[in-house]
Ligand binder design. Structure first.
Ligand code: MN
Length: 479
């Protein structure tokens, strides 16, 4: 849906918030007036852009302040209005949101490059202030990517690259999977058009070939669940093009990718997830090492589900994903699902949980306080947070997320400063290893500590990969 009109937006907002639509109408009239006469490169009136951004937000059931900020998001940058005007005519919260997504004026910088870096930093760090700013930025980027065909080829590539480097990781961290997948596919389409087309066609063929098999399974499982009166909904879920591209790039063959198509089974409660799992295993033979329990072991971005790959009809391998309706909303929308789950409390709970439950939040705050220079800050975030990740286990089975290249020193400091400072040795998968050992995905790490240790030696800073650990080691040695 690309030609959204105001009536569509109003209808969308009414679905979940019938009492505050007048406010949305007012924001639309206001933005429409301010942008009047401005035209997009596509030839459309400029207002179509904020309108679409607001619609993407309303589709996530965003609170009314956020939807209004979506409508007004380009007014500070592109019209004569001020933040104070918006605060006066609407409210302070909307004014802050719009200000948060507005670029810092170029008058403050000596070069375009400096301005870009400062703005990238502003976007990334706005998450510590109000995560809704990032969500509006993501909606803004999504609509710009959807309409990228009207830009020059250079701009298309430049924007796609920036999307992959900055916006996709941000969407990943807040768990906004829907937006992340679409941004990835749109970027790939412009960065590697031939590859995109090739995978697109192959995927369509596989979907066609497995349609009957999946429908048969879907129907059978649905019947079993209905017989037990378990409330359910089952959908066929396809991996996005970029997801397939990445696996092919890692050396996998298309025929090895078992989760290219999956059955997503949603039920009402956790107990019924396990009951469903049992029913599926009884009906279809499972592959033993393809079972994952992300309900008991959630991924670091809150994703929860049971995964099991089974032999379906005609011995086709089919991945099934079993979760509750609530888990599914979190899986698709991450923090943005709070708008639907937590209603009026959402805005505060988003920020609170981000601080308490998301490992990257702490790292980001840390990097932000350590690097004053914008360029250094951005490259550090790219290395430590936006690059490839590994997931390792503590002895208790908790999952710790680290950048690729991390060592047990990084792991120890990630657990706590005390553990890092008293570390004397380390076991990885029950074997004694040197402390600068490079950790791999799924390693089980046990740190040996001794309260009487002399503390980290200065050369450990060289052996650590993350700036967080390096900093703490150098701090300790200064004392
Ligand atoms: Mn915009």
């Amino acid at each position: 849906m690309n030609n959204i009109v105001i009536e569509d937006l109003i209808k969308k907002v009414k679905e979940y918030n019938p009492t505050e639509v007048e406010f949305v109408k007012k924001a639309y009239e206001y933005a429409n007036d301010l942008h009047s006469g401005q035209v997009r490169q596509s030839g459309d009136p400029y207002i179509t852009h904020p309108l679409n951004v607001a619609y993407i937000l309303a589709d996530m059931h965003a609170d009314v302040d956020t939807v209004c900020a979506g409508l007004l998001h380009d007014t500070l940058e592109d019209t004569n209005i001020t933040k104070e005007d918006i605060a006066h005519d609407f409210n302070q919260s909307i004014a802050n949101l719009v200000n948060g997504v507005t670029k810092i004026s170029k008058m403050n910088f000596s070069s375009k490059q400096d301005q870009n870096m400062a703005n990238t930093r502003k976007i990334i760090t706005s998450i510590t202030e109000d995560v809704r700013i990032i969500i509006i930025k993501l909606a803004d980027r999504l609509h710009n990517m959807r309409t990228l065909e009207f830009k020059s080829e250079f701009k298309q590539k430049e924007n796609s690259l920036e999307t992959m480097e900055i916006f996709v990781p941000l969407a990943y961290y807040i768990g906004a999977y829907r937006i992340k997948s679409e941004l990835e596919d749109l970027s790939l389409r412009y960065l590697k058009p031939d590859m995109y087309k090739k995978i697109y066609e192959k995927k369509a063929k596989i979907e066609e070939d497995s349609k009957d098999c999946l429908q048969e399974m879907l129907f059978k499982i649905q019947t079993l669940l209905n017989d037990k009166t378990i409330p359910n909904e089952i959908k066929v879920r396809a991996k996005n093009i970029y997801g397939i591209y990445k696996r092919l790039n890692d050396g996998h063959k298309l025929s090895d990718i078992h989760d290219l198509l999956a059955l997503k089974i949603m039920v009402d409660e956790v107990d019924n997830c396990y009951l469903t799992l049992g029913m599926i295993h009884k009906e279809y033979h499972p592959i033993n090492d393809k079972f994952k329990d992300y309900i008991c072991n959630p991924k670091t971005n809150m994703y929860r589900s049971l995964h099991t790959t089974v032999f379906g009809p005609e011995d086709r391998l089919v991945q099934t994903q079993i979760r509750t309706f609530e888990m599914d909303r979190i899986a698709s929308f991450g923090l943005t699902a709070y708008w639907e789950e937590k209603k009026g409390q959402a805005r505060y709970l988003m920020q609170e949980d981000l601080k308490a439950k998301f490992q990257f939040f702490k790292s980001l705050t840390e990097i932000n306080s350590m690097f004053g220079d914008n360029q250094e800050f951005v490259s550090q975030v790219k290395i430590e947070l936006f690059s490839d990740r590994i997931y390792v286990y503590t002895t208790k089975g908790d999952i710790i997320e680290l950048p690729k290249g991390s060592t047990p020193i990084d792991f120890a400091y990630k657990l706590s400063t005390d553990i890092g400072n008293t570390m004397v040795g380390v076991f990885v998968n029950d074997e004694y290893v040197p402390i600068d050992y490079t950790l791999n995905n799924k390693d089980r790490v046990r740190i040996v500590t001794d309260d009487l240790s002399f503390g980290p030696r200065e050369e450990w800073a060289e052996k650590a990969h993350t700036s967080y650990a390096k900093k703490l080691i150098l701090e300790f040695n200064k004392k």
